[in-house]
Design a protein around this ligand. Structure first.
Ligand SMILES: *Cc1c(COP(=O)(O)O)cnc(C)c1O
Length: 416
C-alpha cells in the first residue's frame, strides 16, 4: 500500500492537470529547491524517505511481467530506478528546467555516460581543451581508443570552434567556467555552431552550478553535474547527474545506464536532496565571499594574476556577465615565485584546508599542477596557462574576514 501513491506519482502514464508534476512546474525556484520531487509515503513523513532497498516485490507474477515490459508503473530494481533517487532526479530537473534527469554515482560517471551513451566508432567530437583532468582523460585518451576522433580547441576562441566542426561531428563537450583556469566559453555561439551540423552540445556546468548559468536556455542539449561539489557542498558524499530531453534519456541514456550500472546510492540521493534545499543560500553567500576574496587578492603584490569571472580584470568578464548571474565560488591565482612559493603559501595556511574538493562550505585550496592536473605534459599545462604558481581556492561559508586574515598571515609568514 505504501508505495502506491508514490509509484503513481512517478510512473503514471498520463499527466493530469492536478498531478504533482503540473503543480511543481508552477513553483518558483526557491520552492522547487525545497519541495520539488517530494513524494510522501502513506506515513506522511515531513522529510523525504530514504528507500534503502535494492529490489521491489510484486503482488503476483503478472505484475512483475507488466512492470518489466513497461506496461505497468513501478520500480523493478534499484540499478534502474529507486524512489529516493527519483525524488532527487525530479528536484534537479525542475531546478534546471530540463525534461528529464538521471542521477549517477559520481560526476565522472555522468560525464562518461553522457558521451558513451550516444557515441560510436567513426563519430567526431569537438571539445574545449581547458577541462578537469579526468574529463580531459575521457575525451583525449579514452574516446580515441574506441575509434572516436576528437578535436581539441581553445574554448575561448570562436574561430577555432568554427574550424573544428565537420559534417560528421556528433557531439561537443565543454566546461565553462573551466577547472581551474576559469575560462568562459560563449555557450550560445558554440551551441549554434553545433546545431548547424546536427551535433549535440554537452556542458559540464559544475563550476557555474544549476543556479548561476542556465546552460539549457543558452543552448546546451545535455548538462552534467558533479553533485559532489555544490549540491552536496558539505563534504559528505559523491554523486552526479545528467539532464536532457526525455527522448535522449529514453532512447540513448537509459539503456546505457541500466546495463552498465553507475547508479547513485539511495543514501547519497537523500543527502543530495537535503543539499538542494539549501543550495541557493549557500551558493549566494559563497559567491559574495569569493568576490570579496578575489578583490582583496588583486591588491596583493605577492600575486601575479587573479582569475575570477566576477572581476572586471577577467579577460572574459563581459561574457561572464552576460551568461552568468554571479562569478562563482572559485578564485584561481598565480603566486609569484612558482611552485616553491605556492607550496610555502599553502603550508602556512591555518584555516583554509589543502584539499582538492570544491564548492564546499569549508574553504579549500589546491595546487592543480601537482594534483588534479598532474598527469598533463608540461606543454599541455603551458597551453592552458596552468603554471607552477597557480592555486585554486574554493571559497566557503566561513566569515570572509577570517578567510582573508588567513591569507594575509600566510603571505606575511608571521607564524613561521
Ligand atoms: C569534480 C568535477 C568533476 C567530477 O566529479 P566527481 O563527482 O568527483 O566524479 C567533473 N567535472 C568538473 C568540472 C569537476 O570539477
Amino acid at each position: 500500500m505504501i508505495g502506491r501513491g508514490f509509484l503513481l506519482g512517478y510512473c503514471a502514464m498520463a499527466k493530469h492537470t492536478d498531478s504533482p508534476e503540473t503543480q511543481e512546474e508552477q513553483w518558483r525556484r526557491a520552492t522547487r529547491l525545497v519541495r520539488g520531487g517530494t513524494r510522501r509515503s502513506a506515513h506522511g513523513e515531513t522529510s523525504e524517505a530514504m528507500f534503502l532497498t535494492s529490489g521491489y516485490v510484486y503482488e503476483d507474477a503478472g505484475e512483475a511481467e507488466a512492470r518489466f515490459k513497461g506496461d505497468a508503473p513501478g520500480f523493478v530494481y534499484s540499478r534502474f530506478g529507486n524512489p529516493t533517487v527519483a525524488m532527487f532526479e525530479r528536484r534537479l530537473a525542475l531546478l534546471e528546467g530540463a525534461e528529464a534527469c538521471k542521477a549517477t554515482s559520481t560526476g565522472m560517471a555522468a560525464v562518461f555516460a553522457s558521451l558513451m551513451a550516444q557515441l560510436r566508432a567513426g563519430d567526431h567530437v569537438v571539445s574545449s581543451r581547458a577541462l578537469f583532468g579526468s574529463c580531459l582523460y575521457i575525451v583525449s585518451d579514452l574516446l580515441p581508443r574506441y575509434g572516436i576522433e576528437v578535436t581539441l580547441v581553445d574554448g575561448t576562441d570562436l574561430d577555432q570552434w568554427r574550424a573544428a566542426f565537420r559534417p560528421d561531428t556528433r557531439c561537443v563537450f565543454l566546461e565553462s567556467p573551466s577547472n581551474p583556469g576559469l575560462e568562459i566559453i560563449d555557450l550560445e555561439a558554440v551551441a549554434a555552431m553545433a546545431h548547424d551540423v546536427g551535433a549535440r552540445l554537452v556542458v559540464d556546468n559544475v563550476f557555474a552550478t544549476p543556479l548561476l548559468q542556465p546552460a539549457m536556455q543558452l543552448g546546451a542539449d545535455i548538462v552534467v553535474y558533479s553533485a559532489t561539489k555544490h549540491i552536496d557542498g558539505q563534504g559528505r558524499c559523491l554523486g552526479g547527474a545528467i539532464l536532457s530531453s526525455q527522448a535522449f534519456v529514453d532512447d540513448e541514456l537509459l539503456p546505457f545506464l541500466r546495463h552498465t550500472g553507475p547508479s547513485l546510492s539511495p543514501f547519497n540521493a537523500w543527502v543530495l536532496l537535503k543539499g538542494l534545499e539549501t543550495l541557493e543560500l549557500r551558493v549566494e553567500r559563497m559567491c559574495a565571499n569569493a568576490l570579496d576574496v578575489a578583490s582583496f587578492l588583486e591588491g596583493r603584490n605577492e600575486i601575479e594574476r587573479v582569475l575570477y569571472p566576477g572581476l572586471p580584470s577577467h579577460p572574459q568578464h563581459a561574457l561572464a556577465e552576460r551568461q552568468m548571474s554571479a562569478g562563482g565560488t572559485v578564485v584561481s591565482f598565480d603566486i609569484a615565485g612558482g611552485k616553491e612559493a605556492a607550496f610555502s603559501f599553502l603550508n602556512r595556511l591555518r584555516l583554509i584546508d589543502i584539499s582538492n574538493n570544491l564548492g564546499d562550505s569549508k574553504s579549500l585550496i589546491t595546487h592543480p599542477a601537482t594534483t588534479t592536473h598532474q598527469r598533463l605534459q608540461p606543454e599541455e599545462r603551458a597551453a592552458l596557462r596552468l603554471g607552477d604558481g597557480l592555486v585554486r581556492l574554493s571559497v566557503g561559508l566561513e566569515d570572509v574576514e577570517d578567510v582573508k586574515s588567513d591569507i594575509s598571515q600566510a603571505f606575511s609568514g608571521a607564524n613561521d
